[in-house]
Design a binder for this molecule. Sequence first.
Ligand code: AMP
Ligand code: MG
Length: 325
Amino acid sequence: MRLLLLFFVLLLPACSSSSDIRETRFIMGTLVEFTIAGSDHKQADQALKEAAAEMQRIENLFTIYGNADNAVKAFNASQPGTTVKLPAEVANLLSISLDVERQSQQAFNPSLGKLNLLWGFSGETAPDHPPPAAIINAARPPRQCIRRQDNNWIRTDARCMLDFGAIAKGYAIDRGIAILRKHGIQNAIINAGGDIRIIGSHDGKPWRIGLRHPRNKGEVLGTLSLVGDISIVTSGDYERYFDYKGKRYHHILNPQTGFPATASQSATVLAQEATLADAWSTALFVRGESGLPIMSQLGYAALTVDRQGRIHMNKAMKDIFNPSR
Ligand code: AMP
Ligand code: MG
């Protein structure tokens, strides 16, 4: 999904170590890099294999693309107004998504599936022009169109289709880290196309993460040196986009308009769980600078780059961010 952050362990000689165990897999449409430090090969190999399989399972469970059936696609095809039972994991991620929708004042919206399919950024062929405005308007779901009834779920309208594209990768990373830990791994990074969770340290030193510059390829805005258990997720308008008549169209939509959100070039959120960092980086991208106080209230370090390229950070981010210049 997002090639937002440059993961520096591979790039900075000071941070790499011959004892690191690395493996790369293609999951969720992106290269997922696993790095394990300070473990023996046999233990790490088995852990990596199982973590990758678990992340693939999450992709299959949540994707609305491809030909295989899953519960999310079944919900999206259900008769509006009828109750649908969702697997516990899907219901759980949906509940978290609806919380973020409420807390972000509707910047985040898990029911934009129909609109996202229409724009086609995650489809087989990349789009090169926007759909007609009338068709976008007709695909916009009404507000709060997903309801819970006891343990079942209802979509109230045919325009309302689930899409976990803004949160499922974070959840997959969290599940991958849980599997590594189950195998006794204490120091590791999972980097899924720039969405990162780290645990432990790197040969007793912090892991060093570069935050990608949203416009200058190969440049970073700055770096973060981190230890412990933390996720760093960025949403950016440079991940999937096309230019049409001098304007950039990208994959993160403003639910109010049905068109790509215009407040930001990128937004980065640090939270312990990648699930939350992923959901909130998308929400913060849509909100722009005005979303930073919400991040502070929730205790997350966060940064946005506005449409003019200016950087805005909350205090928690200022305390840890090392700017490039
Ligand atoms: P991310 O790259 O994590 O910011 O997620 C972007 C993906 O989430 C898109 O490809 C869509 O599938 C979906 N999406 C787009 N706009 C929104 C939004 N405002 N709220 C929730 N999901 C969205
Ligand atoms: Mg996201």
